[in-house]
Design a protein around this ligand. Structure first.
Ligand code: HEC
Ligand code: HEC
Ligand code: HEC
Ligand code: HEC
Ligand code: HEC
Length: 203
């Protein structure tokens, strides 16, 4: 049996910085997810989403989560050509959807109930049928470059794009802590030459 780490996320925040390597990591400050200028944060950017103690436990694997979590019923992506089954969005996707499905206010965190909701392009909504599937296991299509994602002995998962329990979630493609660099929307690797897509799809 091959021993593979369940998630390729580099351990810890600084690991993630290193793993980002050539990709444009620039941090939360001044990013689109930096709400510290809004009155309801008291000037702190992290606490809208994280808290060091007494974290929200409804989402089992959302790291030290402080935001009220969504309980929406999601419409999942469907397609006759899929090889894997689309499941409910995983914990890490539900963390994003807790603002991006538009059912929970941005400023509902730490037990407070706010009234400011995601709108415009940021509103993904609970209908995920027109979105790239999440909550779906990785499919090994013929022609993949193994070293994009595996390395070492025993073989480990070392993908720069993380999987969560082997599944694709929002955070596989997006770095929530990033800035909008080069026009791309918080993606973990460049869209130039379709590099992001080609990492997982040998097309
Ligand atoms: C808009 C919400 C949001 C804000 C603001 C935010 N985070 Fe996160 N953070 C997330 C989500 C969602 C995840 C889980 C997805 C992932 O692992 O990328 C996460 C994961 C993490 C992780 C674990 C995974 C990793 O990347 O190492 C750490 C550590 C972390 N955040 C620290 C911070 C700190 C420190 C701040 C403030 C400077 C911050 N976050 C601001 C949403 C946020
Ligand atoms: C606290 C609420 C909140 C959480 C949690 C959150 N977001 Fe956002 N996100 C927003 C808002 C609000 C905007 C739009 C802000 C604006 O337009 O000023 C946004 C914008 C974005 C954008 C568009 C960036 C751009 O440049 O247009 C992306 C991509 C995104 N978020 C992805 C994610 C992902 C992925 C996660 C989870 C890993 C996540 N967000 C978690 C509130 C959130
Ligand atoms: C885009 C990333 C990616 C690429 C490229 C990739 N794999 Fe994987 N591989 C994964 C993921 C994700 C898993 C599931 C790991 C988990 O569940 O912990 C996996 C699991 C495996 C496993 C364990 C058995 C299984 O199916 O769960 C084997 C063996 C494997 N890959 C072989 C390969 C080989 C050989 C190649 C090249 C032809 C390759 N992989 C290319 C992401 C990738
Ligand atoms: C397979 C990769 C991938 C996955 C998975 C993914 N996204 Fe995206 N997302 C992208 C790309 C690529 C863009 C467009 C970037 C650009 O053009 O700047 C984008 C754009 C966005 C935007 C900006 C609005 C728009 O439509 O362009 C938001 C908000 C967003 N994603 C949120 C999410 C959320 C929430 C999830 C999980 C439910 C998610 N994304 C899953 C790749 C992905
Ligand atoms: C982290 C890995 C990953 C990345 C990055 C990624 N995808 Fe995917 N994508 C998947 C997986 C896994 C599936 C489900 C494949 C299956 O079950 O056959 C999928 C499904 C799809 C499908 C639906 C296929 C069908 O049969 O309905 C399309 C189209 C697609 N991806 C396009 C893209 C595009 C375009 C990009 C870049 C913006 C992208 N993907 C980035 C992993 C990824």
């Amino acid at each position: 049996m091959l021993a593979l780490r369940r998630s390729s996320v580099a351990a810890g925040f600084f690991g993630a910085v290193l793993a980002a390597g050539a990709t444009a990591f620039a941090g939360v400050t001044g990013s689109i997810h930096d709400f510290s200028a809004r009155g309801w944060t008291g000037g702190e950017s992290c606490k809208v989403c994280h808290v060091p103690h007494h974290a929200e436990q409804t989402l089992a694997d959302a790291p030290l989560w402080n935001h009220t979590t969504t309980v929406a019923a999601f419409t999942l992506y469907r397609s006759s050509t899929l090889h894997k089954t689309v499941g409910e969005p995983g914990t890490r996707s539900k963390a994003c959807l807790s603002c991006h499905d538009g059912t929970v206010a941005l400023n509902s965190f730490g037990g407070a109930v706010g009234g400011e909701f995601a709108a415009g392009r940021a509103l993904v909504g609970p209908d995920l049928s027109d979105d790239h599937p999440v909550g779906i296991a990785f499919y090994h299509a013929p022609g993949l470059v193994c070293s994009n994602c595996h390395g070492g002995r025993p073989m480990r998962l070392v993908s720069t794009l993380p999987f969560f329990d082997g599944k694709v979630e929002c955070a596989s493609c997006h770095d929530v802590h990033n800035q909008r660099v080069g026009g791309a929307r918080l993606v973990r690797t460049t869209l130039a030459g379709s590099a992001l897509c080609l990492h997982c799809h040998p097309k």
